[in-house]
Design a protein around this ligand. Structure first.
Ligand SMILES: O=C[C@H](O)COP(=O)(O)O
Length: 303
């Protein structure tokens, strides 16, 4: 049983008093995780993924995908081709769409122009706020969110400051997310924890809370650029935070595992995990996405 050190969330007492029970919150962020319990749950989810493997579930997986390209050589034609694929991922079934198309800020206008000209709709995700390192001035993170929304992004994926998280400066983590949330206006905010760089499950749990306190619509595991990206272990911890946040506040925050998810079996294990911890009500693209650049290919091969 890992012991988690007392938290540095004292800012919550002043800022959030009256919105929820702060004493319950403080106990919650200092909770323990039992590594053996998590390992047992994960093997159950991997087993359940095999039972879920059927065409209906694979079609659902396709609808959770934020179909992503995040490369230095992305061009207008490449993101337009990706958008076409996100709108109609299964050529024989026009009723199925991916969750969104996800691109760098400079490519948002290309996607928007294509959708406007062809009178089609698709959620547009822009990574912003100093993606992927987060090592930028807050002013530039905020401006990047504003510009990306102005270009047409309907959803913004930002990253937390791992430096602040590792220094246990949860107020800075929270305040930066809050500033980006304001900059996003009506666009949905997904906050990436970059869990592969947070070193402990305790930090993953606290980063989840700091991000949800600041108004994130989703919490997301990884940028896809860390050396360790989405894992079922961090998904377990993050979904536990989402569940407890819902119990404490009545607000539903979405969950997005991302980075390195390439196969149907991997994706279905996350589906099984979300179903177990958060329930069926989370299994729709409003509350569950999978960020992936190559998962769609394996889904199509399995249909
Ligand atoms: O948010 C999405 C990730 O960047 C995609 O990562 P991936 O290329 O490993 O699938």
């Amino acid at each position: 049983m890992a012991t988690i050190v007392p938290t540095l969330f004292s800012f919550v007492r002043d800022t959030y008093k009256g919105r929820f029970d702060v004493d319950t919150f403080e106990k919650e962020v200092a909770r323990d995780f039992d590594n053996q319990e998590i390992a047992q749950a994960i093997s159950k989810y991997e087993q359940e993924a095999k039972n879920l493997r059927n065409k209906d579930e694979i079609r659902k997986v396709i609808q959770y995908i934020d179909l992503t390209t995040l490369n230095g050589d992305d061009t207008a034609s490449k993101v337009v081709a990706l958008s076409k694929r996100a709108i109609n991922p299964i050529p024989t079934d026009p009723s199925i769409h991916c969750g969104s198309v996800c691109v760098y800020p400079q490519r948002i206008a290309d996607v928007k122009k294509f959708l406007t000209e062809t009178k089609q709709t698709c959620r547009i995700t822009g990574v912003a706020g100093g993606f992927p390192s987060g090592q930028y001035h807050l002013k530039s993170k905020v401006l990047e969110c504003e510009l990306t929304v102005a270009d047409g992004a309907t959803e913004i994926d930002i990253v937390i400051s791992r430096a602040s998280a590792l220094e246990e400066d949860w107020k800075t983590v929270h305040d930066e997310v809050l500033a980006c949330k304001k900059a996003c206006g009506s666009a949905h905010l997904k906050t990436i924890l970059a869990t592969g760089e947070l070193k402990t499950l305790s930090n993953v749990y606290k980063a989840s809370w700091a991000s949800m306190l600041a108004g994130s619509d989703f919490i997301k595991t990884s940028t896809g650029k860390e050396s360790v990206n989405a894992t079922l272990e961090v998904a377990y911890v993050m979904c536990t935070a989402v569940k407890r946040w819902y119990e404490l506040t009545g607000q539903k925050v979405g969950f997005k595992p991302a980075g390195g998810i390439k196969t149907v079996d991997e994706a279905l294990a996350y589906v099984a995990l979300v179903k177990d911890i958060l329930g069926e009500q989370w299994l729709n693209p409003t509350l569950f996405r999978i960020g992936a650049s190559s998962l769609l290919d394996d889904c199509l091969n399995a249909l």
